[in-house]
Ligand binder design. Sequence first.
Ligand SMILES: Cc1cc2nc3c(=O)[nH]c(=O)nc-3n(C[C@H](O)[C@H](O)[C@H](O)COP(=O)(O)OP(=O)(O)OC[C@H]3O[C@@H](n4cnc5c(N)ncnc54)[C@H](O)[C@@H]3O)c2cc1C
Length: 437
Amino acid sequence: MMDQQEKMHDLIGVGIGPFNLSLSALLDEIEDVSKVFFEQKEQFNWHPGMLIEGTKMQVPFIADLVTMADPTNKYSFLNYISKNDRMYQFYFLQRLDIPRREYNDYCQWVANQLESCRFNHRVTDIRHIKDNGEYFEVAVHDLAKDETSVYRARNLVMGTGSVPVMPKSFRGLPKQDVFHTADFLPNQERCRAANSVTVVGSGQSAAETFRELLKEQRDCGFRLDWITRSAGFASMEESKLSLEHFSPDYVNYFYQLPQHQKEEIFANQGLYYKGISNHTINDIYNLLYEYSIGQEELQVGLQVLSEVRDIQPKNEGNGYELTCYHWQKKEEFTHESDIVIAATGYKPYVPDFVHHLEDFLEWDDDGRYKVTSDYRLKKQKTTENEIYVHSGISHTHGVGSTNLGLSVHRNKVIINHLLGREVYPLPKQSIFQSFTV
Ligand SMILES: Cc1cc2nc3c(=O)[nH]c(=O)nc-3n(C[C@H](O)[C@H](O)[C@H](O)COP(=O)(O)OP(=O)(O)OC[C@H]3O[C@@H](n4cnc5c(N)ncnc54)[C@H](O)[C@@H]3O)c2cc1C
């Protein structure tokens, strides 16, 4: 048998989050495609620091890894339920929005069955080679063996996801005291032992973290604060017609708009994905109301319109002083807290080695790669080798780019292109409203 390093694969995948895991699952039964996917983590683990008990998916379970392409695929969520002998419990549960912990368990169940998925392997470089043939050379570091090998493929697919964003003023402080929501669960015990905890930001992660802390706040006895620069704790736009923005039709409409218009539209769509789910706000309000019964003062604060501009350790060495700015009153104030949790979002992760392909790819004026409508990076060179892409495509494909409900659709498009035939038919019209004339 040919050594793995020498073999020419049809496809190498970089990163195994839900997007590439879905692609790997859909390709599993297509035998004439040789593929391998690499992931640096030891095993599939979906945002582990935020797998808080009681949190749920923001998409129905139908948006699993395969169902939207083929409901009979053996890697469907319902088959996972069936194989785990939980069909009746799931039936009586009567919910479309499954627990986030269950989604992770389901993805692990799929990943463990897929031969093409290699964990503990970090891709460290990519080069396009033209010798007797044309292909990509991919350097992969095996983290368990501490060895680097070179793999070859005609095509690549980037699924490197996103990484947490820490504002400048939050950096360089002890990580056990000032951390991102992505690291919440490993630090929850420290929050329980603290005198005061502050959550900064007002998206879904902020609200879920605040709700979890609020549940324990009275028993553990810490003061809890929630500070946001936003004008309010705004709820996510969740009406059915608004959700149609996460459809193939809207992606197609958005894609063909001029770039300046895309930037403008995307900047105004925050509430489709950045706000807080109504049910989370309700939970928080209900808890606050219960706590306020018979209490003169709650040890809980919710502060809007205020930006945290600086965080400094207090002179006495205990806790931190936050310098905040109320931008409507134009007034500075200070706030003290033992622990500060930055719920300050994520940004697309484009590994540095993609920039080694500077002369191979086309870039826009802002240094972002250009993407075709069918999810291939645009190339300066004429070659049949393609780099398909899931990550960092909001500037071209819009608000649905990170949504799990569109991931299988994108993989259908990618598979059809990769195989050069219509393996999966695409929907002609996926929604009721019309975005174009
Ligand atoms: C807490 C949270 C909850 C979310 N909930 C929802 C939801 O309910 N519904 C929804 O639609 N969306 C949700 N999202 C948004 C989105 O669906 C997720 O971010 C999703 O994980 C994106 O999948 P992905 O495959 O692009 O990337 P990721 O899950 O980020 O995975 C990328 C993987 O690539 C790996 N990687 C990166 N570089 C390399 C390399 N060089 N070599 C090897 N591996 C590499 C990383 O280790 C990582 O595991 C949520 C996001 C967060 C943060």
